[in-house]
Design a protein around this ligand. Structure first.
Ligand code: GTP
Ligand code: MG
Length: 447
């Protein structure tokens, strides 16, 4: 990592037109730079009005200067924020002036990286900062905020503490090689170990649920021509996205729409109606539609009649795997027709025209995505966290087995140490420069 002792600067607000923009400066020189820019000696935590001038004394902008004295700042270093006007020019001129006075342009995520290195945040919290910024649904934002507050880290740390206590006992028994290890590593250690395993599994489960909320779920609508696939896309998305016509073969392209379904980020995909056709454009549409099935997390197979439900299931069986997340949808119920018995698949009865049954379909999609009731306890975990938790779980299972079987206390101790290290990687207690680089380079500049 670059020298921690230099002073970094960046525009912290989003680019584009806006009322105000903030240039953030962090590091030992920031107070000197701020007083040269403003001609004032900023007092900590006092918003002061100021003219911002370059080194020749020309006015660049005017606004507020705010000083956060180390260590009571975001990065833990001296930080100055210059609040000026937004837009394409003013913030850039101000940033350039700060750089001319000795600051260096910050790398993406460098402010948060410094906060981590100064112990203001742990690694999981730092990641939550980026997750909060990138949240596309209110639920994701709420979950990111829980992690930012340290709730996820607290769970991980409490598991790590429990593991440490177990390690002390197990490793302690290694110091008495003459004693029967079974007597030293007694039943109470095993009990604590099993309890820790149970808690780790729970945390893993909560993290997996959260991970499902992180990426958009791809919902692909397929069916025979004219059954109402495009009408369903329009109804789900609430916008007139795809052309709807009473002539079969209307849709030929794959049409995608990103939306939030009660907090679940989904990508709905409408496709061409599938049937035998000689029309070259339509056959290309059919080919693309069938291809879409492979990219789907959830397939909605739409039919428009009772008999259609059974016939379509058979017709599409060649393209549908048994382990696929399939929801059969019976559309056009406003035209009459009762509940059909279609065997195994989940079937939802709707009318894309009137909107009847749509809440049920929405529930079915959420259930298929693995999100049922509101997951108040889920954590917006990253795959890196899940991998570390899984790794820890593997080591713990192994260590538990070894402790139960005689004489393998040393191997068990090693396994427990590995599990402990895996947990430490989540919060960054154990970290490498590469890992930090990978995490922070994905942040936006100014954060
Ligand atoms: N009564 C009724 N008509 C519907 C319903 N959904 C769609 N339709 C009508 O069915 C016809 C076909 O609708 P589309 O949404 O274009 O069907 P599609 O499956 O996308 O058709 P292709 O793109 O040609 O495969 C249109 O005339 C729609 O108005 C429904 O729930 N009830
Ligand atoms: Mg269509």
């Amino acid at each position: 990592m670059n020298g921690e002792n230099d002073t970094i600067a960046a525009i912290a607000t989003a680019p584009g037109l806006g009322g105000i923009s903030i240039v953030r400066i962090s590091g030992p020189r920031c107070l000197a730079i701020a007083s040269q820019l403003t001609g004032k000696q900023p007092a900590p935590r006092m918003a002061q009005r100021a003219q911002f001038r370059d080194s020749e004394g020309a006015t660049l902008d005017e606004g507020l200067v705010l000083y956060f004295k180390a260590p009571n700042s975001y990065t833990g270093e001296d930080v100055v924020e210059l609040h000026g006007h937004g837009g394409m020019m003013a913030p850039h001129m101000l940033l350039q002036a700060a750089i001319n006075l000795g600051a260096r342009l910050a790398r993406p995520g460098e402010f948060t990286e410094r906060a981590f290195l100064k112990g203001k945040l742990d690694l999981a919290q730092a990641e939550a900062v980026a997750d909060l910024i990138e949240s596309r649904t209110a639920r994701a934002a709420k979950m990111a905020l829980r992690s930012l507050k340290g709730l996820f880290s607290a769970e991980v740390n409490s598991l790590a503490e429990a593991l440490l206590a177990i390690r002390v006992q197990v490793e302690g028994s290694l110091d008495f090689p003459d004693e029967d290890p079974k007597l030293v590593v007694n039943e109470s250690v095993l009990l604590t170990l099993r309890e820790t395993q149970r808690r780790l599994k729970m945390l893993l489960d909560q993290s997996r649920k959260g991970e499902a909320l992180r990426s958009a779920v791809r919902v692909v609508i397929i069916g025979r021509p004219n059954v109402g696939k495009s009408s369903l896309l329009n109804r789900l998305s609430g916008v007139d996205r795809a052309i709807v016509m009473d002539t079969p073969g209307t849709t030929r392209d794959v049409i995608e729409h990103s939306m939030s379904l009660e907090g679940l980020q989904i990508e709905v995909v409408d496709t061409a109606g599938i049937h035998d056709t000689r029309d070259p454009v339509e056959s290309e549409g059919v080919r693309r539609a069938l291809q879409e099935i492979h990219s789907a997390d959830i397939v909605l197979l739409v039919s428009d009649s009772e008999t259609g439900l059974i016939e379509d299931r058979a017709y599409f069986s060649a393209w549908l795997d048994d382990d696929m997340n399939l929801i059969q949808v019976r559309n056009k119920i406003d035209q009459g027709g009762g509940r059909a018995d279609n065997g195994e698949a989940v079937c939802v009865q709707i009318s894309a025209l009137t909107g009847a049954g749509l809440p049920l379909l929405s529930d079915a999609i959420r259930e298929a995505a693995g999100i049922t009731a509101i997951e108040e306890n889920a954590f917006l975990a990253r795959s890196r966290h899940i991998e570390a938790l899984q790794e820890a779980e593997g080591y713990l299972d192994e260590a538990c087995g070894r402790l139960q079987s005689e004489g393998a206390t040393d191997l068990a101790a090693e396994g427990l140490a590995c599990a402990h290290r895996s947990l430490g990687r989540i919060t960054g207690e154990v970290h490498s420069d590469e890992l930090l680089g990978e995490i922070f380079s994905r942040f936006c500049i100014g954060k």
